[in-house]
Design a protein around this ligand. Sequence first.
Ligand SMILES: [Zn+2]
Length: 84
Amino acid sequence: MTLTKEQLAHLARTTRCPRCDHSKTVGMGLCRSCRNKLPANMRALLERIPEKEPWTVGQALRQAANYFNVHFQSVRKFGGGKKR
Ligand SMILES: [Zn+2]
């Protein structure tokens, strides 16, 4: 995923989390609850995104998506997932 400057600005402006549709703070890449599930170094890349380079944020979003996939897959494997 590569973000253009426009996509980054749009993502920063919107108040919906792109991942879970919870409300998020303007300027953040993901909502608080999604960010809280990420390791601190990944979380920092998705905060105050208008100050960041679009490609950095795009990469951070992709990393976050991978992290969520792996995390929720392993939760499902152990039978604890609440997804659907
Ligand atoms: Zn979220």
